[in-house]
Design a protein around this ligand. Structure first.
Ligand code: HH2
Length: 260
């Protein structure tokens, strides 16, 4: 899954794709580079971020979706029902909701009636404050219990179970150590029986693992290492900014795991 943020303030690619022609070109390139789907977002959820009004989010993403319709498989990174509805009308296949259907009471119904794929992500707290002092007794089992409950909620609201993937939400109310533990103990999430998505790309925990406690982002080699580690532990979808480099690394990891 390639990441395309149409925002002025995303933590690693903010401001790069504000022109819809530039954004659409970047999405086409990700697809050509081997992304199975491109995740388009019009609201940053980086630590400390404030929300964006629905009109502004639509203004950012709709022109990009219009340009990609029928050309590139697209996922919409939103917690808002209205944004998801427009995106699905314009051909998006997956709704990627970092609130796991807690943010907008109408989103489950929108996704169900469009028969969309849905990604449910774990977050402790909310973006503005989530990194202040994240605490868990046992991060893997608490995240799994949350995702199990959200999976049941989604199914109860008419979303087909086989259309749902689960995501522990790397960096969303977790310390660096907790983020790495979630990948190390991915089996706890896989036990829920759904495909797992991991988004470690460029996140600050990678920089922290390299010895910089004040890191705001992670490097490309560190991102690739995290993606390969997640793949080897059973992740099915890797959400990444640098598609070609990840596709190459994952092709080799796959050749080792299952043969050429
Ligand atoms: N991470 C970000 C945004 N959306 N969605 C899922 N399912 N999983 C993630 O790990 C995830 C996500 C944050 O990264 P990015 O989109 O690059 O930054 P920003 O939120 O600042 O736009």
């Amino acid at each position: 899954m390639g990441v395309l943020n149409v925002t002025p303030d995303s933590f690693s690619d903010g401001g790069l794709n504000l022109d819809p022609d530039v954004a659409a070109r970047a999405a086409r390139q990700m697809f050509a580079d081997g992304a199975a789907i491109v995740d388009i977002g019009g609201e940053s959820t980086r630590p400390g971020a404030d929300g964006v009004p629905v009109d502004e989010e639509l203004r950012r993403v709709v022109p990009v979706l219009e340009r990609l319709q029928g050309e590139v498989p697209v996922s919409i990174d939103t917690a808002k029902a209205e944004v998801a509805r427009r995106a699905l009308e314009l051909g998006a296949e997956l709704v990627n909701d970092v609130t796991a259907l807690r943010g907008d009471p109408e989103l489950a119904e929108v996704a169900a009636s469009a028969n969309a794929y849905v990604c449910l992500m774990h977050m402790q707290g909310e973006p503005r404050t989530m990194q202040q002092d994240p605490r868990y007794d046992d991060v893997a089992s608490e995240v799994a219990a949350f995702l199990e409950e959200r999976l049941a909620f989604a199914v109860a609201h008419g979303i087909a179970e086989e259309r749902i993937c689960l995501d522990p939400g790397i960096g969303f109310g977790k310390t660096a150590a907790q983020n790495f533990e979630l990948v190390r103990r991915l089996d706890v999430l896989l036990a829920l029986g759904r495909p797992v998505l991991i988004g470690f790309s460029r996140k600050s925990s990678l920089g922290k693992a390299l010895g910089d406690p004040a890191a705001k982002t992670g490097t490309l080699p560190a991102s690739v290492a995290a993606a390969v580690a997640a793949y080897e532990r059973g992740a099915s979808i890797l959400r990444v900014h640098d598609v070609r480099e990840h596709v190459e690394a994952l092709a080799v990891a796959r050749a080792v795991a299952v043969g050429l």
